[in-house]
Design a binder for this molecule. Structure first.
Ligand SMILES: NC(=O)c1ccc[n+]([C@@H]2O[C@H](COP(=O)([O-])OP(=O)(O)OC[C@H]3O[C@@H](n4cnc5c(N)ncnc54)[C@H](OP(=O)(O)O)[C@@H]3O)[C@@H](O)[C@H]2O)c1
Length: 322
């Protein structure tokens, strides 16, 4: 099978498209003919050897797939031909394994690209909104990097939860997309003063900030929160981890929380199950479907990752494998 292989930590352009042996499903796993694989910002970090968890090369990057079951290992509750999606390792390939316990059936009316793109970012955003920040109807929620993968998922889901969304991003095109997805207010945080605009646009009532960007954007966003507000740190796409003066937290009784998708289900198993069920229902009912801003063939996996690394992404980037 063809696959994008990382032979040594480096840039997207260092990936090699080559023939490799297809994986063999172990008990409890299914082998999937990959139709679509979604790209996430951490894929860029994985191949650079800069993610919190390091995979020794050689490896096939990519964590989200949707496709057809080709073969099922012993005890796996799926059969060949079924349409499935899930998170895994080795997604940027013609075939990949999924743990049956992690896989979900793709609804008949959903395409593979949407199903692949619904996994990581929507779960991240929903756990953060629903469980970590306990967003309620009518709350003002400020989303940073709001046109990116996690960001636009947060916009979609906060709108679905009937919260009021202030979307912050770096270009008119990105902010227009956020308005189309239901954001009530927008801020270009590279052009406007983020703290001041959050206070003005929300009437000093911002209850939650979701921050997958970090860098110089976090502190003004935290300063824009109302008293007793909740700041959720999710990631550092800007490349630096900010240091926040603690007096800001004290003066307005701010709650600072983190949410990390790999540990959330272990730390909060009941909430994770509830959130996953609610998310799956929203996807099946068509209430929330990801926006796919760019698509690439498997042969152009490097270009897909470069697109994300260069801050160009609108919503999700998908690799059409078959
Ligand atoms: N906590 C978790 O469990 C979890 C799960 C998934 C992802 N993450 C993390 O969340 C972050 C975002 O992931 P994502 O998949 O949403 O990424 P993404 O689609 O690339 O979005 C990131 C956004 O960050 C903004 N940004 C600001 N400076 C940037 C820079 N120098 N380079 C790239 N983007 C920059 C961009 O928006 P503007 O141009 O509008 O500023 C971009 O849209 C990553 O750090 C990722 O590791 C965390």
């Amino acid at each position: 099978m063809r696959a994008a292989v990382c032979h040594a930590y480096g840039t997207p352009e260092d990936l090699v498209i080559e023939d490799v042996d297809p994986p063999v499903p172990a008990p409890g796993q299914v082998l999937v003919r990959v139709h679509a694989a979604a790209v996430n910002f951490p894929d860029v970090l994985f191949i650079a050897g800069k993610y919190q968890v390091k995979i020794p090369p050689p490896f096939i990057p990519g964590n989200e797939i949707a496709g057809e079951v080709i073969a099922a290992g012993e005890g796996a509750r799926f059969s060949p031909g079924q349409r499935v999606a899930g998170t895994t390792f080795g997604a940027f390939a013609e075939q990949a394994l999924l743990d049956a316990s992690q896989a979900v059936l793709v609804p008949d009316d959903a395409d593979f690209a949407s199903a692949a793109a619904f996994g990581v970012t929507y779960r991240t955003a929903y756990y953060a909104l629903r469980s970590t920040a306990a967003v309620r109807e009518g709350d003002w929620v400020v989303v940073l990097g709001a046109a990116g993968g996690v960001g636009l998922a947060a916009v979609d889901l906060a709108v679905a939860m009937k919260a009021r969304v202030l979307a912050a991003a770096s270009s008119p095109e990105k902010l227009e997309l956020c308005r189309q997805r239901g954001a009530e207010a927008t801020v270009d945080y590279d052009q406007e003063d983020l703290k001041t605009r959050i206070r003005e646009l929300t009437g000093d009532a911002a209850r939650v900030v979701l921050d997958p960007v970090g860098g110089s954007y976090s502190e003004p966003a935290l300063r824009g929160l109302a008293r007793g507000g909740t700041f959720v740190t999710l990631g550092y796409a800007a490349g630096t981890i900010p240091k926040i003066p603690l007096n800001l937290v004290m003066l307005k009784d701010i709650r600072v929380r983190g949410m990390e998708i790999r540990t959330f289900a272990t730390d909060y198993p009941d909430e994770a199950v509830r959130d996953d069920v609610e998310l799956a229902r929203m996807f099946a009912d068509g209430i929330v479907r990801p926006y796919i801003g760019a698509r690439f063939p498997l042969a152009e996996t490097a270009a897909a990752l470069r697109y994300v690394a260069d801050r160009k992404v609108l919503g999700k980037v998908v690799i059409d494998v078959a």
